[in-house]
Design a protein around this ligand. Structure first.
Ligand SMILES: Nc1ncnc2c1ncn2[C@@H]1O[C@H](COP(=O)(O)OP(=O)(O)O)[C@@H](O)[C@H]1O
Ligand SMILES: [Mg+2]
Length: 271
């Protein structure tokens, strides 16, 4: 039976300011969901909260994965349960090679009880697995010997993300791709990578403005967020419509949320 990630009436604040105001979302393994919405509506906040970032205050609601209360788990435990978040701005760690980083990350998820210095996947086995995955997604083998994200281009960072996904095989992946700095090659790399990896065992939430990303990965559901709430859910044609026509029509259909959005802008403008 496929697992379900269930977010119910989720309310989140940052520094006492409400950001998410009752988000409901259910993702099953194997489904692709797109999340869209104007800047500042709370999309990245939702991604971070699911992954367990500590800076957000949960003021109400729940997140469950097959009945397990995700909110009680730390970020590592969430990863072991099969939740993966691709960071919008990946960290650079000079001195740590891609292959070493991945070997540790994969060992942590597969051997949850391992202690520091023990339980690492044997080097020989990991090298083989890494090589296989890299050739599947067309990454040059030289890449594994480089330092993590050090001098990586946008496209290389994205390939790194896809490589992590292919090794970790999470049950639920959240890809926050809002960064408009991605060039079309990078978008294509992610898009094709997700396309290759996606199957009945992975549920995906793609946060994006890039229509191209969705062309390769046609979402079964598109959700629109406005002022911290999901106000509409449709199919792939909704994503297409939003991309072509923007959010004006959505705001007209949801005047209460649009007014809250304006209030936030006024407050921000006054600072
Ligand atoms: N760490 C933070 N401190 C203060 N405000 C924040 C923080 N993170 C997010 N916010 C605010 O939360 C709102 C939603 O932000 P975000 O989730 O990044 O939106 P999106 O990803 O949809 O553009 C914005 O008003 C933003 O200013
Ligand atoms: Mg964002």
């Amino acid at each position: 039976m496929s697992a379900i990630l269930k977010i119910s009436d989720l309310r989140v604040a940052v520094d006492g300011k409400p950001i998410l105001k009752g988000v409901n979302l259910e993702i099953r393994q194997g489904e692709i969901h797109a999340l869209m919405g104007p800047n500042g509506c709370g999309k990245s906040t939702l991604a971070y909260v699911v992954a367990g970032h500590p800076k957000y205050e949960i003021t109400g609601g729940s997140i469950e994965l097959d009945g397990v209360n995700v909110l009680e788990l730390d970020p590592c435990q969430r990863a072991r349960l099969g939740i993966f978040l691709a960071f919008q701005y990946p960290v650079t760690i000079p001195g740590v090679k891609v292959s070493d980083f991945l070997r540790h990350a994969v060992s942590n998820v597969r051997n949850p009880d391992r202690k520091e210095g023990e339980g690492l996947i044997p080097m020989k086995d990991f090298r083989k697995e890494l090589k296989d995955r890299m050739s599947e997604i067309d990454i040059d083998s030289e890449f594994a010997r480089r330092y993590l994200n050090d001098g990586f281009s946008g496209g290389e960072k994205k390939r790194m993300e896809i490589l992590q996904l292919s090794l970790l095989r999470p049950r639920f992946a959240i890809l926050d791709e809002t960064d408009s700095g991605l060039d079309s090659d990078a978008v294509r790399a992610v898009s094709e990578g997700i396309n290759k990896l996606h199957g009945p065992h992975m549920g995906v939430l793609i946060i994006t403005h890039h229509e191209r990303l969705l062309e390769f990965n046609r979402p079964s559901f598109t959700h629109v967020m406005l002022a911290g709430k999901i106000v509409e859910t449709g199919d792939a044609s909704l994503a297409h419509d939003l991309h072509a026509n923007g959010y004006a029509a959505v705001r007209e259909r949801h005047p209460a949320e649009a007014a809250e959005e304006d209030a936030v802008k006024v407050v921000t403008a006054g600072v």
